[in-house]
Write a protein that binds this ligand. Sequence first.
Ligand code: MLT
Ligand code: MN
Ligand code: ZN
Length: 306
Amino acid sequence: MRIHILGSAAGGGFPQWNCNCRQCDGVRRGTLRARPRTQSSIFVAPDGGADGVLFNASPDLLQQIKANPVLQPARGQRDTAIAAVMLVDGQVDHATGLLMLRERGLPLPLWCTDPVAEDLTQGLPLLRVLGHFCGVERHGVEPDGRAFTMPGVPGLQFRAIALASKAAPYSPHRDAPVPGDNVGVVIEDTRRGRSAFYAPGLGEITPPLFDLMCSADAVLVDGTFWTDDEMIRLGLSKKTARDIGHLPQSGPGGMLEWLDRLPARTRRLLIHVNNTNPILDEDSPERAELARRGVEVCEDGQTVEP
Ligand code: MLT
Ligand code: MN
Ligand code: ZN
């Protein structure tokens, strides 16, 4: 399978429209060695097939489609390689791009859990709005780790796992989580027996979740923040990374400690990187530390073949 990294930044993108932090300012002016990044999304297609699954519909989706011709195979007057969309949560950065897919003849095949579908019908009623355009063909996702397949994408199999992270601010479960507010996805290439684990929002790693990560050939996991108090120290928020459902990379119990313990063969990639995270600065000591530990930072336009 091929995983196309469409958007490797967290909500806000990099640079963020209103931000003049050292990094946003530096990448805007070209004084920082760093790449601009769009908001969180990947596209996964089986070997030899054009059609695949869009995981998360970013507010930057139209820009991402233009930048990745693989998404537009041009086989007919109107065409797309997006056979289905699957959402890992109902957050703005993962869902609002759905509106950009409204000029379709047929309802949009959409895979998500019940809590996410509820949030996208009530708090952020995108599914109701889409009902006035192409409509949505909703497929339920149980966050129980059971394997399922999607029509139109032969050779790929999926499993969704409930994660401890955070529902969106407009969700009634923001502070009272239910299983399925956030999921991680195992994507398996059943012909080649290779797999990837994708979890752009991951607040806590439990032993069973870690076992599952150990069984994947590549993990693409939460790269939002380097330190737990990153946003507080910059004066941008009063909340820690953990408060908003993101496990920071550094410090005790942080993502890097977990990644270090994965089998040597596992490819480790950070995705959903916030504009404040020093790993975006390619000359930073934090980026050098990732290199020493064999951890990659996803870039827009990159292809990963686990
Ligand atoms: C998150 O990942 O915590 C959210 O997407 C933040 C946001 O963009 O509102
Ligand atoms: Mn996000
Ligand atoms: Zn910034």
